[in-house]
Write a protein that binds this ligand. Structure first.
Ligand code: ADP
Ligand code: ASP
Ligand code: MG
Length: 450
């Protein structure tokens, strides 16, 4: 069997849903399971709606619901007819009624806990998959609708729930029965606790859902369909000249994802890696283009080893520098620092140390004030926000000193702060001010890819 995942960009409107289903229809013999995200920017809109409700702004919340209803109904009415249309609209109507009463309740209470937030966001994927299911039937595909919350099970860390792997695998195998010539449609991103309370896997989590389902069903392949020709040498939104990377290793792709290339979600890689399932990233708008193969071995036949494969960047990073008050504490210093980060569940991306000081980057600043307060007990703390991580990805890069010297020579006067090389064998990362991020990526892209 195969899993086809279509992201929000790939199901943005009726035309793109048709493209997605055409791609699927051509592969019906491979026992496909289709995982879809919410249409276009629906999840962002739902997030806005949750904020309005939390602030008691019921009118604004209702306006968003109406806009979403209009756009979803318009798509459905645009390409469905007869029974497919009426069933689709009545199923959606039910959901819109539900979300309206939830929004009303939340705005009366003026609260939107992470738990309620997940419930609100979950509607996007339900809307889209209902439409996709009916459109698939309309064009003659035998289609089963599946609710991912019935088989993707997580703990109750709402908004970034952790997978309960064994239970999930068992339920997926029980509930999804791929068949030749038939299609199953299910939602990305959404899941539920053992008690059936709706959770989500974190923004961009549909890739992860696809990978979880692919792993549980021992898929022959996971296809991630998006709106660009695969994983590119950098974000084509910044560098239109960016070229497709034809083959990349799991490790390299994970590193890229982790450092900001949103084309693939970091956790996507994990369940697939463990089983060696190939992941293919392709363009729904250009299915003929080759796309990117993500494979488990680091050696890529088409690109020589020790050369950069792609550049990722992550803006809005905060650098925390702490200098120990007392040098003799050196051996316990790092432990004390990390205990504080652990306490506030804040992960550190890049770290560099000297005898008495440590610099770290974080991108989640929710608990920054508390972290700063506690760090002050052990040293002088200096915080700099509005920074960016630039990450050059490629297996074995660190071994190639010519590349490393080229990087820093060509960056000229750009102020580089922290450098991390060799910690992982797949990347060279460093920090620059936000306003220099695009320029830095442009210079590196020119140096290595043009
Ligand atoms: P989807 O809706 O398919 O999940 P996303 O918006 O999450 O799509 O991811 C696709 C987008 O990722 C592309 O449109 C592109 O702008 C961006 N992107 C960032 N870095 C890269 C990269 N290295 N290669 C390809 N796309 C990238
Ligand atoms: N719809 C969700 C989001 O926008 C999940 C996804 O697109 O992968 O984050
Ligand atoms: Mg995505």
């Amino acid at each position: 069997m195969i899993v086809l995942k279509f992201g929000g960009t790939s199901v943005r409107d009726g035309e793109w849903i048709n493209k997605a289903l055409e791609i699927t229809k051509n592969q019906l013999q491979k026992e496909p399971v289709l995982i879809a995200s919410a249409m276009g920017k629906t999840t962002d809109k739902l997030q806005e709606l949750a904020h309005y409700a939390e602030n008691g702004k019921i009118k604004e919340a209702e306006n968003i619901i109406q806009t979403l209803k209009d756009s979803h109904f318009a798509v459905a009415s645009g390409f469905l007819s007869g029974n497919n249309l009426s069933t689709c609209l009545s199923e959606q109507e039910l959901l819109f009624k539900k979300i309206k009463s939830i929004a009303k309740g939340l705005s009366l209470l003026r609260e939107c806990s992470p738990r309620s937030n997940d419930t609100i966001l979950s509607f996007g994927e339900l809307f889209s998959t209902i439409i996709i299911t009916h459109r698939a039937r309309e064009i003659g595909i035998h289609t089963t609708f599946a609710d991912s919350r019935e088989f993707i099970k997580t703990d109750d860390q709402f908004t970034k729930a952790q997978l309960l792997e064994d239970l999930t695998n068992k339920l997926i195998q029980e509930k999804i029965k791929p068949e030749k010539g038939k299609l199953t449609v299910a939602q990305g991103f959404i899941a539920s606790t053992v008690d059936g309370v709706t959770t989500t896997l974190g923004r961009g989590g549909s890739d992860y859902s696809a990978s979880i389902i692919g792993a549980a069903l021992h898929a022959d392949e996971i296809q991630v369909w998006t709106d660009v020709n695969g994983i590119m040498s950098t974000d084509p939104g910044i560098i239109p000249k960016a070229a497709t990377v034809p083959v990349i290793s799991y490790k390299e792709a994970a590193e890229l994802a982790y450092f900001g290339a949103r084309v693939i979600h970091p956790s996507t890689i994990q369940p697939a890696i463990s089983l060696g399932i190939p992941v293919l990233v392709k363009n729904t708008g250009n299915p003929g283009a080759e796309g990117t193969h993500i494979i488990s071995t680091p050696e890529s036949p088409s690109i020589p080893a020790d050369t950069p494969k792609a550049i990722a960047f992550k803006k809005g990073i905060t650098v925390i520098n702490i200098t120990s008050y007392r040098m003799f504490l050196a051996y316990g210093f790092l432990r004390m620092i990390f205990e504080i980060f652990e306490k506030y569940k804040t992960s550190v991306d890049i770290i560099s140390t000297s005898e008495v000081s440590v610099s770290m980057t974080i991108d989640n600043t929710t608990h920054l004030n508390s972290i700063e307060e506690q760090l002050k007990n052990i040293g002088n703390v200096h915080i700099k926000d509005n920074m960016s991580i630039i990450c050059l990805v490629g297996q074995g890069l660190w071994k190639n000193s010519i590349i490393i010297s080229k990087v820093f020579k060509n960056l000229g006067s750009i102020p580089v702060r922290m450098i991390s090389l060799g910690a992982s064998d797949t990347n060279l990362s460093f920090v620059v001010p936000n306003e220099q991020a695009e320029n830095t990526v442009k210079i590196l892209h020119k140096t290595f890819f043009e």
